[in-house]
Design a protein around this ligand. Sequence first.
Ligand code: EPZ
Length: 417
Amino acid sequence: MERTSITIEGGNQLTGDIEVSGAKNAVLPILASTIMLDGETTLLNIPPIGDINSMVRMLNSLNIRTEYRIDESIHILNEKKIRHIAPYELVTAMRASFFVAGPLLAKTGFAKVPLPGGCSIGLRPVDIHIQGFKKLGVKINFEHGFVEFSAFDLKGNVVDLPFPSVGATENIMMAACLAKGETVINNAAREPEIVDLANFLIKAGAIIEGHGTSSIHVQGVQSLQGVKDYYVIPDRIEIGTLLIAGGITGGSVCIKNVDKSYLAPITDALSKAGLVISYENNNVRCSANGGIKPVDITTEPYPGFPTDMQAQMMTLLTVASGKSIIKETIFENRFMHVHELVRMGANIKIDGQIAIVSESSLSGAEVKITDLRAGAALVLAGLIAEGHTIVYGLHHLNRGYYNLMEKLTLLGAKIVT
Ligand code: EPZ
């Protein structure tokens, strides 16, 4: 029986070395893209977390065979006729299931996908995805809460994104891989997870250039083949979360086997907050060095400060010696953690998309997780709050973090079920 709450004893220093799991937001589009690959694929470094399980169930529902292995790898066999209707209950369980639209279109010329609902952090529309597909010659029909896509000859084109949407960039890039001719995606998102997806697709035979820049060029090919033993990048958000766990508790945490080329947007902010960041070979360490300094943060598309680290950074800044201004520019409702942090004694004022965080001392309380990253922020708060914090709603956390409590306990946290 999966536990639904945990109790954290505050005041313990976290110190030690740890490894993080594969990046959830790279695994999800890569799994969706296997719809386009003929034959067998093996993915390595795949954490068995809720969202990934949802995407695996989605692939199964489309007639793709998958096998989760105990070494955190997934074997995928795509040899039967693909179904092209994504089940309602799976898409509403996880909006990233909408990533199957591009691959289904590319592979079968047709896709029927429920419009994903919003979630606690925002409405999460998919208009940018749909505008992009239209530019590739896709016919779109909305009915009964589903979007029907049909394109029997997907044609490459120039797609100018109005906003560097991560999901839209990925969905359109995947569809473009099997379109006729060249596609150029301008104002593309540049997140490392998009680069990982492109690198995976290139191994499958795709012709992609410019991934990681704001202009991605895709040359359509006839077919894509399964990829053997693709190792997914480590999760930069989990890295940032655990680095803060070390710094906020006055300890020193080293994350092993990371790719430091894309961590600067996170580690630069931690350095500005007075934490000592050091890179040793493929490891990154965060050590406390006296008090935390106030820092003004604005979330932006990569290479800006990631919105997925905003909540965790807010917890760190509640113990800074002064006032910090946090501006959330990506999602319209991503301050859900504030209410619970205030109940723990945090001095935070909200003014629209801005949070003003002043020096606080946190005390343990019973708190409820509302969304994945808010959950991480509340766990970090429990590590430093005076007394015990009981955190409810762990299922939100388990969607995106694998064995987070076990990892924190290994580093010295006192967490009881
Ligand atoms: C991805 O979501 C991530 N999810 C999110 O991580 C992350 O917060 C987000 O990118 C931003 O970095 C996955 O990769 C599975 P967007 P995505 O399209 O693709 C608006 C987590 O905690 N928008 O870049 O949905 C949208 O509403 C999750 O791991 C449109 O208006 O993000 C949002 O305000 C949370 N129309 C903004 O753009 C569209 O068609 C950014 O969305 C698409 C998006």
